[in-house]
Design a protein around this ligand. Structure first.
Ligand code: ZN
Ligand code: FE
Ligand code: FE
Ligand code: ZN
Length: 265
């Protein structure tokens, strides 16, 4: 299996060095791992209320550290990824920055809605003040824009808005169907992210129905634990593998210098 969503101590809210994450990956016999720490929001001139990403000066050191690990790792292939917030209005800056760096893959994620970090437990009460139908509309519109932006190889935890268990009263099928359609149309991959199991919602991202719709449309998938500590590498991967096989997936997407390869599992 492949774990493409690993954080490190550089993002200010995770623990462990890349080398420590690799130790767990070796223990579980993972074929490939990729670091996808939080891209410095400062480089996009965005200042969140809490520091939740690498600091601007850390990015180069992060990349160097992973390059070294890549060269030294024998059993597990190591990839250099990054998790970048999709923030409308920052496209021009992001475009320039992405041209400067040599990532194997870029995960695009949404953690902010008009400055509200809806993924952070400290601000979870805000959901109570929101109209959940409008909130889901806003969130999924952003997901679709992120796909269409062309910046991202993979969309991260694509139905993250369910994290604290707040859901609209009606069916969410239309969001899932449209998301699968936009992924297919823009040839963007998405991930089965197992971290949701440890969140209040208690389920993987995304909903199984989205896994099914996306497969039917030929969308490719990666797997990620969203580990914020070395012990979380590959969490729930036996179950994740079983789920993917049940749905009908037989291959995972792997990326090298932003070009995709399919690997059977
Ligand atoms: Zn994080
Ligand atoms: Fe994230
Ligand atoms: Fe993450
Ligand atoms: Zn994440």
């Amino acid at each position: 299996m492949i774990d493409y969503h690993l954080h490190t101590n550089r993002c200010c809210h995770a623990v462990g060095t890349p080398a420590e994450y690799l130790v767990t990956a070796e223990k579980y016999g993972l074929q490939e791992i990729g670091f996808a720490d939080h891209f410095p929001l400062g480089l996009l001139d965005y200042t969140p209320r809490v520091q939740v990403t690498m600091l601007s000066g850390e990015l180069d050191v992060y990349l160097e550290e992973i390059e070294k690990l890549k060269a030294a790792s024998r059993k597990v292939r190591v990839k250099t990824g990054i998790e970048i917030d999709y923030l409308p209005g920052t496209e021009e800056k992001l475009d320039k920055l992405l041209a400067e760096y040599n990532f194997d893959y870029v995960i695009g994620s949404i953690h902010f809605l008009d400055g509200w970090d809806f993924t952070h437990p400290v601000y979870a009460d805000t959901y109570r003040e929101r109209d959940l139908d409008a909130l889901y509309d806003t969130y999924f519109e952003l997901v679709w824009s992120a796909c269409r932006s062309g910046f991202f190889d993979i969309i991260g935890h694509i139905d993250m808005i369910k994290k604290f268990g707040y859901r609209p009263r009606g069916s969410i099928d239309h969001y899932l169907q449209e998301t699968a359609r936009v992924l297919a149309e823009t040839k963007t991959s998405f991930e089965l992210n197992t971290a949701g199991r440890d969140a209040p919602v208690g389920e993987f991202y995304p909903d199984r129905r989205l896994l099914e719709e996306a497969l039917a449309l030929g969308v490719t998938i990666t797997t990620g634990s969203d580990a914020h500590g070395p012990e979380q590498v590959g969490r729930y991967f036996l179950e994740a593998e079983k789920l993917l096989r049940e749905v009908g997936y037989r291959e995972l997407a792997s990326f090298t210098k932003r070009s995709k390869n399919l690997i059977p599992f």
